[in-house]
Design a protein around this ligand. Structure first.
Ligand SMILES: NC(=O)c1ccc[n+]([C@@H]2O[C@H](COP(=O)([O-])OP(=O)(O)OC[C@H]3O[C@@H](n4cnc5c(N)ncnc54)[C@H](O)[C@@H]3O)[C@@H](O)[C@H]2O)c1
Length: 399
């Protein structure tokens, strides 16, 4: 087993949470950083005491670099991942897998052909609401899966000045970034999408974001809503909204129904309803099992719900659902920055362990494709006024 040498590509807002984690992981030998904008790489280099690699292409040519970690803008991932795999590198990539169905298929085939590791950093599979539904599903609490609802609600004004100033990409179709919402339901239900139909909200704000001739997709839809038919016989309602009077919790499973039980969520309250017999159900408030520890400690505060609605206690925190994941984290992660409900540390440990031990990672390429492709086709359905579209599946990970 050989330790990883990692080149982090893209020194923007997100990667700064991950460079220290790669550096601290016991399976990692060395970390480099790279950005098209030299000052950003220099800033990272100073802040995190890492060397700079001039270009992405240089990192591919270097024999001592085994691993590429991609943190570039969301629509750039596909071509970069393909080049990295073709150069014999393991790949960690921020979401999504890619922005074209063909690219997703090519990436799956490259991983199958080369045996290299690809992992997509889907933060939401470690969101406690999704972990709770997955565990109860596996225990049989829900019986057969029937229906679920999940969404990623993130108003465009919340994206920050840098994101909004890039007019060509700020108006990206909402369903080109589908993996938080699809991932939470599909991972919990253990299934994949076979067909999708979707509608969109045509934006009317005229602020140079979701307008024809402005963004590179000519996209006019700021919100999109879909129904996805699943391979297990169930259906999911998945929404991606970017113009919405709402803030947090932004990515959540809001309901998950089976033949024997159901889960419902609203703000910080999580309810589990189980059938006891033909005419009676049992109701448990499971909020303390699902919410992060810090949230539970503060639930008596007068402003508790307002703080939750403003993203309180949803970043560098852990929940009882993540107990076994926290226990296996390396000691060297203690005190380091975390994020997205404690998922950053877990994801980096998943990836570094998988590459080092030659095992299949959690959000492997087959899963990443199942989370991404339905969204890409949902946008096609939006454009075609709800046309039902078959969703191809690129298979299961090897046993
Ligand atoms: N919860 C989550 O999973 C989550 C949250 C935030 C961001 N993200 C994802 O993380 C990624 C990065 O987001 P961000 O906010 O840091 O973006 P950003 O725009 O702040 O940074 C991207 C950086 O990549 C650089 N870059 C682009 N192409 C490059 C290339 N070929 N070589 C070297 N550098 C290159 C850009 O110059 C820029 O500095 C995005 O894909 C985003 O979707 C995921």
């Amino acid at each position: 087993m050989k330790k990883l040498t990692v080149a982090v590509i893209g020194c923007g807002g997100f990667a700064k949470s991950f460079v220290p984690l790669f550096k601290a992981h016991p399976n990692v030998e060395k970390v480099y950083v790279c950005d098209l904008i030299r000052e950003r790489a220099e800033d990272y280099s100073q802040k995190f005491q890492v060397e700079i690699i001039d270009t992405f292409e240089d990192s591919l040519a270097r024999k001592d670099i085994s691993t590429i970690a991609i943190f570039t803008e969301r629509h750039t991932h596909g071509p970069l991942v393909i080049k990295a795999l073709k150069s014999g590198k393991h790949v960690y990539s921020a979401v999504p897998l890619a922005s074209e169905v063909d690219e997703c298929q090519e990436i799956v085939e490259l991983v199958e052909k080369t045996g290299l590791t690809y992992m997509m950093g889907e933060t939401c599979i470690y969101y406690p609401s999704s972990m709770f539904c997955k565990k109860e599903m596996q225990k049989g609490t829900f019986g057969k899966f029937v229906y679920a609802e999940a969404q990623y609600h993130h108003d465009i004004h919340d994206f920050g000045a840098k994101f909004l100033s890039d007019k060509k990409s700020a108006g990206v179709p909402p369903f080109y970034y589908p993996t938080h919402s699809t991932g939470m339901v599909l991972n919990a239900a253990g299934t994949y999408v076979t067909k999708v139909t979707a509608f969109g909200y045509e934006d009317t704000e005229m602020d140079g974001i979701f307008e024809k001739g402005v963004n590179m997709w000519d996209n006019i839809y700021s919100n999109s809503y879909s129904l996805m038919k699943l391979a297990n016989g169930g259906v999911a309602r998945i929404n991606e909204c970017r113009r919405i009077g709402y803030k947090a919790p932004s990515s959540y499973v809001s309901s998950f129904y089976g033949t024997k039980a159901s889960y419902q969520f609203n703000n910080a309250q999580h309810l589990l309803v189980r059938q006891l017999g033909p005419n009676k159900v049992d109701l448990d408030d499971v909020s303390d099992d699902v919410n992060p520890y810090e949230m539970t400690q503060n639930k008596g505060n007068a402003d508790f719900k307002v703080r939750v609605a403003n993203h309180g206690w949803q970043h560098g925190v852990f929940s009882p659902q993540q107990k076994s994941e926290i226990e296996r984290l390396p000691e060297s992660f203690k005190g380091l920055l975390n994020g997205h409900m404690g998922s950053h540390q877990i994801l980096i440990d998943d990836f570094c362990t998988a590459v080092y031990t030659g095992t299949i990672p959690t959000v492997n390429v087959w899963l990443a494709s199942r989370f991404t492709v339905p969204g890409l086709l949902a946008h096609q359905s939006v454009v075609k006024e709800g046309l039902a579209i078959d969703v191809p599946d690129f298979g299961n990970p090897p046993a």
